[in-house]
Design a binder for this molecule. Structure first.
Ligand SMILES: *[C@@H]1O[C@H](CO)[C@@H](O)[C@H](O)[C@H]1NC(C)=O
Ligand SMILES: *[C@@H]1O[C@H](CO)[C@@H](O)[C@H](O)[C@H]1NC(C)=O
Ligand SMILES: *[C@@H]1O[C@H](CO)[C@@H](O)[C@H](O)[C@H]1NC(C)=O
Ligand SMILES: *[C@@H]1O[C@H](CO)[C@@H](O)[C@H](O)[C@H]1NC(C)=O
Ligand SMILES: CC(=O)N[C@H]1CO[C@H](CO)[C@@H](O)[C@@H]1O
Ligand SMILES: [Ca+2]
Ligand SMILES: [Ca+2]
Length: 593
């Protein structure tokens, strides 16, 4: 092990910068000489179904991933996290698991998985698996046994008799709770003669975390895959893990109407006070952390990490990091760069807001992280605009902490319009042809683009499980690697800089909106070159005076990396008092000579 967390020594206490401009500025002191691997990790999400097909059936698989691990290494990736690869009827494309201890046959076998881990170890790449704790598939043995009230499984899920309507005398669900994928969160089971709760699809019954047998079983799942050599887990869908306790009569409370939408099937129609963000969920994450730490203590090796998915308000999300006495997740994923721009326009001020919201709320001594996309959101290049994809990739790689890239964002892949007929996402399929586009997640899940050849080099077979993007003839790994500069090359340069720069690992951070719509980030470390990122998110040319941002900057800076459209030259120097930035232009510069 190259690190020892017990011997962290402070060498640099950096002076605090005071800038008395209304535009905001953030300083954090980076004062450690060593960091654990995950604190500066470059994380990469693989959506296995769409990464690489090895056997021509048009569906990505484990052998496909193994054959492309070298590609990830070249990008500078430290760890890849895989969306679910476990046995599943694929109603929610793997997020409905029927056997948590085995591999989905169309993705491969346990031996294929072992080969993947072996190859990753050779390349010094870490593999992180998706852990889907909230629910199983209704095809799981656990659910079938629970339906039959088999001993030990009676209360594995959240069962309820329901209510009787006083007017009609008919049976009704226990509450008005809504699932994420539209409609009631309760489903009647004829055989057991009870309703079961499903916060996601009907085929995804919620496990009952108030049952210690379930808690123990899910810890067994973690230990099983740790023993197969994984470096940790990314936990799916934490907010709905626990629901409120029922009252003395066993009744649950209704949620009230939120006013957010009139569509009575849409989850946003109601508040989620009783079905999301319960305090017991925080404690459960702390317990999982203990499982990982115990494993490392016994078996040695690098830290096994816990990353978690929480679309929750800051007061809740930040508790996942841990409290004063107990550690929680290493990294609760930070989606602010996605969500803030869903609610507001994309601008320098809102980028600053997204960063502020995390850094100003994060408990002291914890590690930030920056997520640009995932398989639930539209493509980053489509959300921010293709002209800004380099800037956004630069931003997450220059900010302190871990960066998280969804497969294809390094190429600038864009959303694919998918017709109602071709739509497979259950969220969209539960709606109708008029409104499905506001729910569908298929456009960001299309096959990865490797070459300009047949089916973008994703498969040798004749078909792909989702349609391909039409722009794959130019947006693909092969073409972008051969170009003098491309989104891919820029991403590789950023990966290499992160590896070599002590400043990016340990430096303090300062950032600010300049002029109307430009944004600057600076990383500073004593006795090392300062790194400056500057981007123009606006539609007009900007002349930045970087000395207004930091009066200690030299007259000129050396250009390390530029966006594709920029006409500036690598290694040339550019003046700091009037730095001209074209619309969409983004640069990473250094004070080095
Ligand atoms: C799972 O749910 C689907 C949809 O309600 C149903 O058709 C199927 O029979 C269920 N399977 C089991 C084992 O309950
Ligand atoms: C009972 O059923 C009636 C008629 O369908 C409906 O209007 C009413 O909302 C129901 N009452 C409750 C408490 O759900
Ligand atoms: C931290 O969390 C643990 C586990 O949930 C709890 O037992 C403990 O009381 C908490 N400590 C503080 C200081 O809040
Ligand atoms: C496809 O890529 C190859 C290799 O990069 C290149 O030689 C060829 O011209 C490209 N074909 C098209 C149609 O762009
Ligand atoms: C980003 C992410 O992983 N989203 C998943 C959250 O959980 C639901 C249900 O398991 C999935 O449908 C999403 O894809
Ligand atoms: Ca395949
Ligand atoms: Ca739940």
């Amino acid at each position: 092990m190259a690190w020892t967390s017990k011997v962290l020594v402070s060498i640099t206490i950096l002076a605090l910068f005071v800038i008395d401009q209304g535009q905001g500025c953030q300083v954090s002191t980076g004062a450690q000489t060593t960091k654990d691997w995950w604190e500066t990790a470059q994380l990469y999400q693989i959506y296995p179904r769409s990464f690489k097909d090895s056997d021509g059936d048009g569906i990505g698989d484990l052998n496909g991933i193994t054959s492309k691990l070298k590609y990830l290494k070249e990008l500078g990736v430290t760890a890849a996290w895989l969306s679910p690869i476990f046995t599943s009827p694929m109603v929610d494309f793997g997020y409905d698991i029927s056997d948590f201890f085995d591999i989905q046959p169309e993705y491969g076998t346990l031996d294929d998985f072992r080969a993947l881990i072996k190859k990753a170890k050779e390349l010094d790449l870490k593999i992180i698996l998706d852990f889907v704790p909230n629910h199983s598939s209704n095809e799981s043995e656990w659910f079938k046994k629970s339906v039959n009230r088999e001993k030990g499984y009676e209360d594995y899920y959240v069962w309820h008799d329901g209510k009787v309507n006083a007017t009609t005398g008919e049976r009704e669900p226990p509450t008005n709770w809504l699932q994420y994928f539209r409609g009631s969160a309760w489903e009647w089971n004829e055989q057991r003669q009870q309703y079961y709760l499903h916060q996601f699809a009907v085929q995804q019954p919620d496990l009952n975390y108030r049952n210690p047998l379930v808690v123990a079983q899910m810890k067994r799942v973690l230990k099983y895959w740790l023993a197969e050599g994984v470096s940790g887990f990314r936990c799916d869908a934490l907010p709905p893990l626990f629901e409120v306790l029922p009252d003395a009569e066993g009744q649950y409370p209704d949620e009230v109407i939120s006013g957010a939408t009139d569509d009575a099937e849409d989850r946003n129609h109601l508040t989620v006070k009783y079905i999301e963000n319960q305090p017991e969920t925080i404690d459960m994450v702390y317990q999982w952390r203990t499982v990982l730490d115990d494993y490392q203590r016994i078996f040695g090796g690098d830290s096994r990490v816990l990353l978690i998915e929480t679309y929750a308000p800051a007061w809740f999300t930040m508790q996942f990091y841990g409290n004063r006495t107990t550690n929680g997740a290493h990294l609760p994923f930070n989606f602010n760069l996605i969500t803030v721009m869903e609610q507001n326009e994309f601008s320098a001020k809102n980028v600053q807001l997204a960063i502020d919201l995390w850094l100003n709320n994060m408990p002291a001594g914890r590690t930030p992280n920056w997520v640009l996309g995932n398989h639930d959101k539209r493509r980053a290049a489509s959300r921010y605009g293709q002209e800004h994809i380099d800037a956004m990739n630069m931003l997450i790689m220059v900010l302190p902490g871990a960066s998280v890239t969804y497969q294809g964002e390094e190429l600038g892949m864009t959303d694919v319009e998918i017709s109602w007929e071709d739509t497979v996402d259950p969220w969209a399929c539960n709606s109708n042809p008029e409104i499905y586009e506001q729910y569908t997640r298929d456009p960001a899940r299309t096959p990865f683009q490797w070459t300009n050849g047949s089916n973008a080099g994703f498969t040798d077979g004749p078909t792909t499980w989702l349609p391909l993007a039409s722009d794959y003839d130019t947006i693909n790994v092969e073409t972008e690697s051969q170009a003098e500069l491309s989104h891919l090359k820029i991403y590789e340069h950023l990966g290499a800089l992160r590896k070599s720069s002590q400043t990016l690992k340990y430096g303090s951070t300062k950032y600010q909106t300049l002029l109307e719509n430009s944004f600057v980030v600076e990383r500073i470390l004593a006795n090392e070159p300062t790194i400056v990122f500057a981007a123009n998110f606006g539609n007009t040319v900007a002349y930045l005076n970087l000395l207004e941002f930091d009066k200690n900057l030299p007259e000129s800076l050396k250009l390390l990396i530029r966006s594709v459209e920029s006409t500036k030259n690598y290694n040339n120097r550019y003046g700091t008092t009037s730095l001209r930035l074209e619309p969409g232009e983004a640069l990473v510069m250094s004070t080095e000579n």
